[in-house]
Design a protein around this ligand. Structure first.
Ligand SMILES: NC(=O)C1=CN([C@@H]2O[C@H](COP(=O)(O)OP(=O)(O)OC[C@H]3O[C@@H](n4cnc5c(N)ncnc54)[C@H](O)[C@@H]3O)[C@@H](O)[C@H]2O)[C@@H](O)CC1
Ligand SMILES: Nc1ncnc2c1ncn2[C@@H]1O[C@H](COP(=O)(O)OP(=O)(O)OP(=O)(O)O)[C@@H](O)[C@H]1O
Ligand SMILES: [Mg+2]
Length: 373
């Protein structure tokens, strides 16, 4: 039923580092010759066992999408929480949270500042919005002790809900206010203690890049950097600039260095790695690069990750050995679905395609791959 990858055994990690060394050696040796990139790629593929790096994304999507069984109750198809939404940004958390619902999650929450909450609620009555976060400008007259009390209150408000969530998305439209980010760090730490998966995007990546220990070694964390966010992450963690000659090796090293967190590097092709191997999703999407598509992706990954995790847990219950990493499966499925929906939206709207148009095509795209009946 599942795609075989993401094995956690010592053997597979040794094997993949040997493959990596061989790939790096080959790229170095081929550099001296005037061969085209295409030939070099083919040669590297042969050395790495001839297997395609392109994920069989549609099979993954079909395998992890649950059936609409009338015996299931509300919540079983997923309860997602987005932590984001501040004075500047209200669109990003809305895009992430509504995408989760449109794909099939049962409940979608947003934890944001009070000002953002009213706006987000007015976009949609479907979302459950918690106005609990605070930015420094709003508490400028409060002394340190008062700030500690506010921070504690925020955490205890969040704690009331934490155990109910199947996945958190931290960062879309979060902003970079220091007090707010400090509170979100505590929320992340608590989520980690409770084994709740976390998808980190947008300003959440700004936070994590500067405090890598928040996710380091947490196998249920997914980072979804865009070009700039990836560059910052590489500089901080690997201490060098992005090397476009060794895209896959670099992504593997980055993931390993952060203790096996899953990284989805967004771009022309999306590249996904959990430190064991690299998979790509290159399904044709849209040439429009309007803001907000990454937010759809983070909300989608959260849902698919939860579904993949349910599949894994069920497999474990039946004592079958599960070899799949749900975070990788979630990334593959989320990336594929976003790209399909973007292609459909672009077919209709061409240059005027916006993020809301893409969201409207999420359901149709999923139905085409994994029909309800
Ligand atoms: N409607 C909304 O509320 C939206 C809010 N957003 C939020 O805005 C906040 C900041 O996100 P940003 O992504 O703007 O991050 P940054 O504030 O770090 O800005 C990144 C900058 O890099 C530029 N850039 C992007 N791709 C590039 C490339 N390939 N080469 C060179 N430059 C490139 C962008 O134009 C942008 O100005 C996040 O919280 C994010 O979630 C975005 O998600 C977009 C939509
Ligand atoms: N050059 C490209 N060609 C095709 N698809 C792309 C390209 N760049 C990004 N994408 C697609 O768009 C999705 C969002 O990536 P993008 O880099 O726009 O994220 P982002 O900057 O975080 O977005 P946001 O505006 O939501 O913050 C990716 O998953 C990818 O599938
Ligand atoms: Mg983004």
């Amino acid at each position: 039923m599942f795609v075989k990858h993401g094995m956690n055994s010592g053997f597979s990690s040794l094997a993949s580092s040997a493959v990596l060394r061989r790939q790096q050696f080959l790229i170095r040796s081929l550099k001296g010759y005037s061969v085209s990139d295409k030939i070099r790629m083919e040669a590297v593929k042969c050395l790495s066992g001839g297997a395609s790096l392109e994920a069989n994304a549609e099979s993954v999507l079909r395998a992890i999408t649950p059936s609409l069984d009338p015996t299931r109750h509300k919540g079983q198809a997923g309860k997602i929480a987005v932590v984001g939404g501040c004075r500047e940004y209200t669109g990003a958390p809305y895009f992430a949270a509504i995408s989760a619902l449109k794909i099939g999650a049962d409940l979608s929450h947003v934890f944001c500042t009070e000002g953002a909450a009213t706006v987000i609620k007015s976009y949609s009555p479907e979302l459950i919005v918690h106005p609990i976060l605070e930015e420094s400008y709003n508490i400028s007259g409060v002394n340190d002790e008062g700030k500690r009390d506010i921070s504690k209150k925020i955490l205890s408000e969040f704690d009331k809900w934490m155990e109910r969530f199947d996945c958190l998305v931290v960062g879309p439209g979060l902003g970079r206010d220091p007090f707010l980010l400090e509170c979100v760090s505590k929320i992340m730490t608590r989520a980690r203690q409770s084994n709740v998966p976390i998808v980190v995007d947008g300003d959440g990546l700004f936070l994590v890049t500067n405090s890598i220990e928040l996710v380091s070694g947490y196998r249920l964390a997914v980072l979804t950097p865009n070009v700039i966010e990836y560059k910052r992450l590489v500089q901080k963690v690997l201490g060098c600039d992005v090397n476009d000659q060794n895209t896959h090796g670099e992504l593997l090293s980055l993931s390993k260095q952060i203790g096996g967190v899953t990284i989805l590097r967004k771009g022309k092709s999306d590249l996904i790695s959990d430190g064991e191997k690299v998979q790509s999703v290159s399904i044709y999407g849209s040439p429009r690069r309007c803001g907000g598509q990454g937010d759809i992706l983070s909300g989608s990954v959260a849902v698919f990750l939860s579904w993949a995790r349910q599949c894994n847990l069920a497999a474990e219950r039946e004592s079958t050995i599960s070899r799949t990493n749900p975070t990788v499966l979630g990334c593959i499925a989320g990336s594929a679905l976003l790209r399909k929906a973007a292609a459909l939206a672009f077919e209709h709207k061409k240059r005027s395609t916006l993020t809301t148009d893409i969201i409207e095509h999420l359901g149709q795209s999923l139905e085409a791959i994994s029909p309800v009946s």
